[in-house]
Design a protein around this ligand. Structure first.
Ligand SMILES: Nc1ncnc2c1ncn2[C@@H]1O[C@H](COP(=O)(O)OS(=O)(=O)O)[C@@H](OP(=O)(O)O)[C@H]1O
Ligand SMILES: Nc1ncnc2c1ncn2[C@@H]1O[C@H](COP(=O)(O)OP(=O)(O)O)[C@@H](O)[C@H]1O
Length: 181
């Protein structure tokens, strides 16, 4: 059995509204980490909800359960030296604080774009439906999003390009420069 490495992996926890850019940035960074030969994993909200959190809804209790599950898995991976990228709305400040406090050295990244921007992007067509009242408890429209007050990184994705955001994310993930995929 191989021993647990002394150095735990980094955890970057990307939080923000749907459509803010969490998945875009996390998956680009993930590809760079893999190309650089870094052991990395991506825990993306959508994929987690299809598997680990299948059946959970969007009540506060279910979102908190989802976020705690992601935190638990992130902790297991990080303990074994894996760099973990989390991409989940994770809307409640207190729950993020609780989960991140159990992940040594985890960095909270606020992926931020105003509601007008994410509504315009409407990547999945969900804002239109939420505004029309067809989806209840939709974050930012009919459900709360509690923005981080002291994130390790605050990225305004309506003002910065994907590459500009990646420039700021790389050092947090332990990368010094862009890595061609
Ligand atoms: N009611 C409601 N509110 C917010 N989001 C909704 C909702 N219903 C479905 N979706 C879709 O689910 C994705 C969010 O899942 P998460 O696991 O990241 O959410 S949470 O952290 O548990 O709050 C989110 O994905 P992203 O767009 O990638 O953020 C949405 O596509
Ligand atoms: N600086 C940026 N960072 C991330 N995404 C951006 C940025 N600028 C524009 N976008 C676009 O915004 C959308 C974000 O969608 P997505 O990554 O699925 O958001 P989320 O995972 O937060 O729901 C994508 O279409 C992406 O191309």
């Amino acid at each position: 059995m191989s021993p647990t490495p002394n150095v735990p992996g980094r955890v970057l926890w990307l939080t923000g509204l749907s459509g803010a850019g969490k998945s875009t940035l996390a998956s680009a960074l993930y590809q760079e980490l893999l190309a650089a030969g870094v052991k990395a994993e991506l825990l993306d909200g959508d994929a987690v909800r299809e598997n680990l959190s299948k059946g959970l809804g969007f009540s506060r209790a279910d979102r908190d359960t989802n976020v705690r599950r992601i935190g638990f898995v992130a902790g297991l991976l990080a303990r074994h030296g894996v760099t973990v990228l989390v991409s989940a709305i994770s809307p409640y400040a207190e729950t993020r604080r609780e989960v991140l406090s159990q992940l040594p050295g985890a960095a909270e990244v606020f992926v931020d774009a105003p509601l007008e921007t994410v509504t315009e992007r409407d990547v999945k067509g969900l804002y239109l439906k939420a505004i029309a009242g067809e989806i209840a408890h939709f974050t930012g429209v009919s459900d709360p999003y509690e923005a981080p007050t002291q994130p390790a990184l605050h990225l305004r994705t309506d003002l910065l390009s994907v590459e500009e955001c990646l420039e700021q994310l790389r050092p947090l993930a332990g990368l010094r420069e862009p890595v061609p995929a």
